[in-house]
Design a protein around this ligand. Structure first.
Ligand code: NAD
Ligand code: GLY
Length: 366
């Protein structure tokens, strides 16, 4: 497999099915861009970092259409309702109608916000994801979750709204700060841990090429991650069941992100640590062994992801975990590991075991 030849996967959701195109140099391929952005009126939503790097290339492929570009401020702290208003202002100012298309050019923050704006504007317009971070290419751009944060919790305000296409140009990852690449790698590791022991072993064997931006390794990692996500989302689009597996590490991670203040810990970093806590709890419950937990820790260490929690205290961590959307009837449902490569979603665990995990991580100074 080569990172340069585009590959297309399909996410099967009936009349909302769509392709995920993966390849290096897609942004410069006008046939790919216009083949998937078919509307005449287009609002490209990007941010002040990604816009200057990639908007001109994307716009060249959209020549002949009526295209406006909106640059949002860069950062998780701007993923708010207040900043979202700027997208609505731009759509209204340009007098765009229901046949317009919103194109999200950027990482997960831009994608979640542009997607949410597209979900709401005139009760829903088309949108296309052009993800430029590894995290967005393997996770946030796929599956239709959109939204913004609230001071009370991450992603609390949002909607399911599937894109019309996802165009993942692997070449954009070359300008990604290494810390952001590593954060994306956390989500890749997540797929191996919850769904595919063979993929987990492949990641263990390929951490260094991935960190070194080897295009073939990235192409395989993005494709395999998207295949897993596409299958799970196709079976459970609205997260009534197995889609929750994709939240391995997220409930712990959201507590870390909220306690630290949005933007301090990257989402993927918080997820990485959250996966270690999930492994710890899984071990306390007898699902996996201490050597498995050590294997998770070692992989995160090699991927240069955090393995030490901030000392926010177990009580605050539990409180913030309770604000997560995975709470059902007062029980915090968690994704745990039945074995490495097989996750389970459960609210059925002794509260003391969770407390012990939280105490052992959050009450030790970072
Ligand atoms: P991000 O969007 O903040 O991007 C990370 C940083 O990289 C930003 O500074 C951005 O400007 C910069 N950047 C993006 N592409 C670049 C490039 N090619 N070159 C140089 N710089 C570039 O962060 P992220 O990790 O992509 O996404 C995190 C967000 O995604 C969080 O808000 C999280 O809640 C959300 N998320 C959503 C889902 C979902 O299903 N919708 C899933 C996972 C995460
Ligand atoms: N990031 C988890 C999901 O899309 O369901």
């Amino acid at each position: 497999m080569t990172g340069r030849a585009p590959q297309t996967l399909q996410i099967n959701l009936g009349d909302r099915s769509y392709p995920i195109v993966i390849g290096a140099g897609l942004l410069d391929d006008a046939d790919v861009v216009t083949g998937h952005v078919t509307a005449r009126d287009v609002l490209v939503v990007t941010n002040e970092t990604v816009g200057p790097l990639y908007a001109a290339r994307l716009l060249a492929g959209l020549a002949g259409k009526r295209v406006r570009t909106l640059e949002l401020p860069d950062g998780e702290q701007y993923k708010t309702l207040a900043v979202l208003e700027r997208v609505f202002d731009a759509l209204i100012e340009a007098r765009l109608n229901r046949d317009a298309c919103v194109v999200a050019l950027g990482g997960g923050v831009v994608g979640d916000m542009a997607g949410f704006a597209a979900a709401c504007y005139q009760r829903g317009v088309d949108f296309v994801q052009v993800p430029t971070t590894l995290l967005a290419q393997v996770d946030s751009a796929v599956g239709g979750k959109t939204g913004v944060n609230h001071p009370g919790g991450k992603n609390l305000i949002g909607a399911f709204h599937q894109p019309r296409a996802v165009l993942s140009d692997l070449g954009t990852l070359r300008t990604l700060p290494p810390r952001e690449l590593r954060a994306g790698l956390a989500e890749v590791i997540k797929y191996g841990l919850v769904d595919a022991a063979d993929f987990l072993a492949w990641i263990e064997a390929n951490v260094e090429p991935l960190l070194a931006l080897d295009m073939d390794a990235l192409a395989y990692a993005v494709r395999r991650s998207c295949e897993i996500k596409a299958r799970i989302v196709a079976a459970d689009e609205r997260e009534h069941g197995q889609r929750a597996l994709l939240n391995l590490g997220h409930t712990f991670g959201h507590a870390i992100e909220t306690a630290a203040g949005y933007g301090e810990w990257l989402h993927g970093e918080a997820v990485a640590l959250g996966m270690l806590l999930a492994a710890d709890l899984s071990q306390r419950l007898g699902y996996i062994g201490t050597t498995d937990v050590a294997r998770v820790r070692e992989l995160l260490r090699r991927a240069e992801l955090p393995t030490t929690a901030p000392a926010i205290g177990a009580a605050l961590a539990l409180d913030l975990m309770g604000m997560d959307k995975k709470v059902l009837q007062g029980r915090i449902r968690l994704v745990l590991l039945r074995q490495l490569g097989a996750g389970i979603v459960t609210g059925d665990y002794p509260a003391e075991a969770l407390q012990a995990t939280l105490r052992s991580h959050f009450e030790v100074a970072a």
